[in-house]
Design a protein around this ligand. Sequence first.
Ligand code: NAD
Length: 719
Amino acid sequence: MNHHIIRYEVDAQGIATLTLDYPGKTMNVIDQAFMDELSACIERMKSDASVRGGIITSGKDSFVAGADLLSMESNIDAMAEMSVAELLTSCASLSRLLRQLESFGKPMVAAINGMALGGGYEICLACHHRIAADAPGVLVGLPEVQVGLLAGAGGTQRLPRMIGIQASMPFLLEGKQLQAVKAKEAGLVDEVVAPDQLMAAARQWLLAHDTAVQPWDVKGFRIPGGGPLDPRVAPGFVVGNTLLQAKTFHNLPAPLAIQSCLYEGCQLPIDKGLRVESKYLAMLSRDPVARGMIRTLFVNKAKAEKGMHRPAGIETFKCRKLGLIGAGMMGAGIALVAAQRGIEVVLIDRDQAAADKGKAYSEKALTKLVDKGRQSREKADAILARITPSTDYELLRDADMVVEAVFEDRAVKAEVTRRLDAVLAPDCVLASNTSALPISLLAQASSRPERFIGLHFFSPADKMPLVEVIRGKQTSDVALARALDFVAQLKKTPIVVNDKRGFFTSRFIGAFVDDAIGMVAEGIAPALIENCARHAGMPVGPLAITDELSIDLSKHAGEAQAREFAAEYKPGRSVPVINKLFELGRLGRKAGKGFYDYDDSGKRLWSGLAQHYPLKESQPLAHDLKQRILYVQAVEGARAMEEGVLLAPADGDIGSILGVGFPAYTGGPFCFIDGVGLPRFVAEADRLADLFGEQLRPPQLLRDMAANGQTFYGKTARA
Ligand code: NAD
């Protein structure tokens, strides 16, 4: 047998060591080849009488990070076409193998030397003893739920049998992960030892134990804390399910399926429980929710972070010194995250006091981390020392990169660009953090438009993971590559889009908010609008968001657009409502009144709105409103694709979820459209447009795709 993936060695004492070391990969992943070798190793240990037990460990820094990204992508498409029988077999394959591992008759120890997540941790669960190295990289958990799946190789059955049903819920239902010491406290591992003692400890345990029977295979086994019907446990399912639906509004099938695995599976012997689990895994694998979430949040996000749009053949760029112009809300946040990544930052504003205020943001945020024990004072001080607040552009002569985050005003930005041109090195990339002004237009102020690019961060910039990279008409490949390397250095996820008013994310969220405020003018009950948005999966209601941003900001942003783009500007449906609130002095949360009234006890929708916009006698169905809220965004996404703003559907899907809160369960607008099916999507969008207006009318691109049997992803993807 040729051991490519698992090194198999037996020592003089009869202990077999299985070292997982997938060639050509930085991390071990579980795919068919891996499973075939593990199966062969089990056979070998079983048939070799001199072997008394085995250790599973990893030859890499991490133990096993889970399923293989690439095989996962092809698997999700293949699964959609499998027969039910094939699907069930496929979904149970790792589960069956791990059942063999725990029951072939010899004791097995997991020596966890690094990250053991998903299937990786399920291998550990199928061993008879788990020892973790006390090293910072060791992390164990079952994050499958975060991509719409469940821990389907025994995770939902072994973990509750090991630590109890209630205790297992945060790990299974939320994907909570723990480092070594905490994992031991929670019972996820049995021992924690110094990294250099790991193999010795595993050997010692095997020499002292020859039993190879899991507790759940011993007659009379009882789940710690009681089974699902135990009066101490059963109410947890009722309450848990209610809380879950109150949070997820029935949009996420995975947490419900996991609860079913726990409730049904834990009443049965382990073999039957594992079968229940495989059945629910098969069900989720077929669901567009899991397919979309895996595609966007796992596969495509990883591709974006690896630079899928980075022009090839350009030397890797490392930013050592960053200039930031504008130390307001955005500039201050970007300065903090850059300094945290080891970059020297010169933070410039109009006067020293404003620049100092920008640095104070970092001081406050870092002090909070220190107080919570999440950062040492020394490290926090070192980060702060990297930020130099100033008004002096001369300090930027040796900057590698500059981000401009001054007021959203073309003239102010142009003035800053001219001042920068006078001092920056010729190859220094200049990025604007504008939310919506076309990059090519802003670049006109520069004598080097080829180095000008858009880097649209989201607020708060030190926390939000997305950066929308906007390529202007003249932006060079080098500038794009450097901007992407800079985003990677900040450990953020980039999407790359072409230059057009509103780029992708601003126009996408804008379509939703504009349409929803327009509903107020139509006489739709504000409470219905807010609740339907939340039930559709939006994190915050559209009226509440607008109050947060402030009514005056929305009004002025609209007026600025009208001024700047007189020829193409079409006033949105929201304009009369926003103007009315402005006129009434209801400026939003900061004023204590807007769409809502605010006081110390919280907020309530303003009842006076009905005097200005009387409610329709017959209110639309909640179902239709939820559809309207999702479709108006998906249709806008498709328009952005048709107009060439998006380079690929992946950018739109990632950007919509990570940037502007489109519901993650959809996988983004393009996964959503694919999941519904193009012909059905077009028909439903037409129905909604007839009911509510042309903003919902599907663009020609979708009609053509529906007619040609095309999809955005998979085998039938449009070229
Ligand atoms: P802000 O008003 O909080 O900060 C702007 C800062 O720029 C102020 O400190 C101001 O003193 C400074 N400034 C103005 N003119 C200057 C000049 N000539 N030289 C140096 N400094 C100058 O604004 P913000 O919210 O941080 O937004 C900044 C930019 O980021 C805008 O283009 C905005 O559209 C964009 N943006 C904002 C958000 C957001 O949520 N706030 C999100 C993404 C992008």
